[in-house]
Design a protein around this ligand. Structure first.
Ligand code: PLP
Length: 363
């Protein structure tokens, strides 16, 4: 069977050379005589893998030395709880920007634990069709941190630039945009991301945290969620998700070998432009997101007719363009065009969109 173009929001496509390399090493990794899956996480072979993964991620993202890199479990959703538990003791309160479902969940999780958190800006009234503007003076001066979701996977919006929070640490959920372009890590206190969109299969969560922020953990918090303990133990306080980290390492290696994040950004911009330029050139499909907030990774559009939308997703799937149905909460279509989606996939999608519009004229 041929591989399809998989536009899933996550888990999502992985680079073919990475899958091929993993296949070639599946039974025997190097001289070890065993699969990475079967290896002790304390073995020298595995230590080299996790150390390489960290070193390559640092090189790719130019992570400054005063930041720790952690490979954790539980997905980005677990970090919704871990963030306040690790940081709020700095001042006792924190501020959130709610720009979509995941940032809403992060805010609610902190509220649920009884912390003093407030939402300083939201675009909820506009169905999250843009990133809400917020300025430094809207944030409480003594907030322990400000939490944002940098790319809103469901709505297809992204911060056009890094918000200025002054001295207040900025915490960003980058699950659906990490490694899609260079970012200035030094502008953030914490960056976290579930792996299954742009990094690896599901199962590992990357946390990049500035060292001075490791001192504020709630003493009653679960050990497994405490960044400082994970940092002191090289992400191996317990058994880490060994195989997923190995695939992440292969992805980092592949990115480094193909020009790093600057090259990736240029390629991703070309891919996204192909879709957005087409969307802007016609009126059969509507792109609901405000132009200045458009995501590079998740492109949403609708026909304006729910039945046509349904037909679109199913006919596209038959044409080898899979998983274009929008999130169940918003409907319409969503093309997730992460790093591993080739230009050819987007070209085929645009050709299909034209064909579909011609074949299904609106009443
Ligand atoms: C997918 C996603 C999540 C949820 O990730 P899990 O790893 O499934 O918990 C959180 N935030 C963003 C921005 C996402 O795209």
């Amino acid at each position: 069977m041929n591989r399809v173009f998989n536009f899933s929001a996550g888990p999502s496509m992985l680079p073919v050379p990475v899958l091929e390399k993993a296949a070639s090493e599946l039974l025997c990794y190097g001289e070890s005589g065993m699969s990475v899956m079967e290896m002790s996480h304390r073995s020298p072979d595995y230590e080299a893998i996790i150390n390489d993964a960290e070193r390559m991620l640092r090189e790719l993202m130019q992570i400054p030395d005063n930041y720790k890199v952690l490979f954790l479990q539980g997905g980005a959703s677990t970090q919704f709880a871990a963030v306040p538990m690790n940081l709020i003791a700095r001042t006792g309160k924190a501020d959130y920007v709610v720009s979509g479902q995941f940032s809403g969940k992060a805010f609610k999780e902190a509220q649920k634990m009884g912390y003093d958190v407030q939402c300083v800006a939201t675009s909820k009234e506009d169905n999250f069709d843009h990133i809400p503007a917020f300025t430094r003076d809207m944030i409480r001066k003594d907030a322990a941190y400000v939490h944002v979701c940098f790319n809103n996977t469901i709505y297809g919006t992204k911060y056009p630039e890094i918000p200025d929070t002054g001295d207040i640490p900025l915490v960003a959920d980058m699950s659906s945009c990490i490694l899609s372009e260079p970012v200035d890590v030094s502008r953030f206190g914490v960056i976290y991301a579930g792996a299954q969109k742009n990094v690896a299969p599901a199962g590992v969560t990357i946390v990049i945290v500035r060292e001075d922020l490791l001192e504020y953990a709630d003493p009653k918090m679960p050990t497994m969620l405490e960044w400082k303990i994970m940092a002191e133990n090289g992400s191996m306080y317990n058994t880490p998700p060994t195989y997923t980290i190995y695939i992440a390492k292969l992805v980092f290696e592949h990115l480094l070998a193909t020009g790093g994040l600057a090259a990736k950004k240029a390629y991703n911009e070309k891919k996204a432009a192909l879709l957005y330029d087409y969307l802007d050139s016609q009126d059969y499909y509507i792109a609901p997101v405000k132009k200045e907030s458009r995501s590079l990774m998740n492109v949403t559009f609708v026909t304006g007719d729910a039945d046509l939308d349904k037909k679109f997703a199913s006919e596209a799937a038959q044409a080898g363009l899979k998983n274009l149905k929008g999130h169940r909460s918003v409907g319409g279509m969503r093309a997730s065009i992460y790093n591993a989606m080739p230009m050819e996939g987007v070209e085929k999608l645009v050709a299909f969109m034209k064909e579909f519009a011609a074949n299904h004229p609106k009443a």
